[in-house]
Design a protein around this ligand. Structure first.
Ligand SMILES: *Cc1c(COP(=O)(O)O)cnc(C)c1O
Length: 402
């Protein structure tokens, strides 16, 4: 395969070689079951898991006993929302979330609606940010849970989670945040922020795929959840099943590295991302950035070049890995509901591309990507012009030959 410039760190990240090295013994000789405490092989695995648990907790200001290992952020969000809703259904049956959440939260809410729960999906401004006053207005006497993501996966916009946590706490409502994009990029402290439930995933921070965590607050208040998976009572009964020891060890290592390098990496990726934006807009000045620039992850750029179909553009850019909207919805033909929710026109939605940088992105890659994207956009515009002159309707079919 050609050397591809990877600018899709918000979909997933490469495994850091240091993480891989930490995992290797647990894929080999250290194969024990972390629940088999009757012998040294199992106890060795158990010790590795407990070390990783502390490392994962350390990154988000939680206690090790508050970490529940899951298969990733999708499962964590499912467990947080369904688990809490079902556990507190006698207290109330109303949940509040955002219209621009990840599908993990939106589809969990849809499921809960079939079980008799009511869900309010709050809109956001044109900048992509929640107005806390809208949250206050939406709270009802029977509201049991508020779920607001820390950072959006498509436009990278940050939500005012500290404010949301404060409002929820004052009203005695549980607060969950999907922090899959925020963890390791911006400081997040469960205790300082006053969060009750927090979801995140290893593969977004240069750890392995298929492992994530749900932080479940143990004190003030002690959060109750009904498990999604029963059997054996692992993970304090919240998530049964033999632990994936190598993945957990890798997750722990990834959290240590992300925490240690966060400040430096945030500054470095922001410089690369800004260079990408500045160079592109310098040469294609009619490009528009989607979502707030101020309240944004350091590594995300989402922009539209008017009249340029993102899917056709991506086909041209064979040497660059980028995405239109989010990876999770880009397999379907559904246009971005996130961009729609922030008032982006249909034409600009179809033109939107997401570029996200990360730990192994270099300045040379940024400059090469700019050259290719500029050339691609210019070429497509030229073709569009020819189409217009010859009165050909640009369709997916004829764009394939561009
Ligand atoms: C990636 C992501 C998820 C899903 O995480 P998985 O570990 O892939 O299941 C959920 N929410 C957000 C915001 C994400 O970016």
């Amino acid at each position: 395969m050609r050397k591809i410039i990877y600018l899709d760190y918000q979909a997933t990240t490469p495994l850091d070689p240091r993480v891989r090295r930490a995992m290797e013994p647990y894929l080999g000789e250290k194969f024990g079951n972390a629940s088999s405490l009757t012998h040294a092989v199992g106890r060795q695995a158990a010790r590795a898991v407990e070390k990783a648990r502390a490392e994962v907790a350390g990154l988000v200001g939680a206690d090790a006993r508050e970490i529940v290992f899951t298969s990733g952020a999708t499962e964590s969000v499912n467990l947080a929302l369904k688990g809490a809703a079902r556990a507190y259904r006698e207290k109330g049956r109303h949940l509040i979330t955002l219209a621009i959440e990840h599908k993990a939260a939106l589809d969990s809410c849809k499921r809960l609606e079939t079980e008799g729960f009511g869900v309010t999906r709050l809109g956001v401004g044109r900048d992509g940010c929640l107005d806390a006053r809208d949250l206050k207005k939406a709270i009802r006497r029977d509201t049991i849970l508020v779920s607001v993501m820390a950072a959006n996966n498509e436009i990278g916009v940050l939500q005012p989670v500290a404010e949301v946590a404060k409002i929820a706490r004052e009203r005695g409502i549980l607060f969950h945040s999907d922090a899959a994009q925020a963890v390791g990029k911006i400081p997040l402290d469960l205790r300082a922020l006053g969060m009750d439930l927090l979801s995140f995933s290893a593969h977004k921070i240069c750890g392995p795929k298929g492992i994530g965590a749900l932080v479940v607050r143990k004190r003030e208040p002690r959060v109750r959840l009904l498990p999604l998976i029963d059997g054996g009572g692992h993970e304090s009964g919240f998530r049964s099943g033999t632990l994936n020891v190598p993945a957990i060890v890798g997750f722990g290592r990834a959290c240590v590295l992300a925490g240690r390098e966060m400040r430096r990496e945030a500054a470095r990726t922001a410089r690369l991302r800004n260079r990408l934006r500045d160079s592109l807009l310098d040469r294609l000045p009619d490009g528009v950035v989607n979502g707030s620039w101020e309240h944004r992850l350091p590594n995300n750029l989402n922009l539209s070049f008017a009249g340029v179909d993102a899917k056709a553009l991506m086909k041209r850019l064979k040497n660059i890995a980028l995405s239109s909207g989010s990876a999770c919805t880009s397999t379907s033909l559904e246009p971005s509901y996130v961009l729609k929710a922030i008032g982006v026109s249909e034409e600009r939605r179809r033109a939107a591309i997401r570029l996200s940088v990360g730990r192994f992105t270099t300045i040379g890659e940024i400059d090469r990507a700019v050259e290719e994207i500029v050339a691609g956009v210019k070429r497509m515009r030229k073709v569009a012009q020819v189409f217009r002159q010859r009165r050909i309707r640009p369709s997916a079919e004829n764009l394939r030959y561009v």
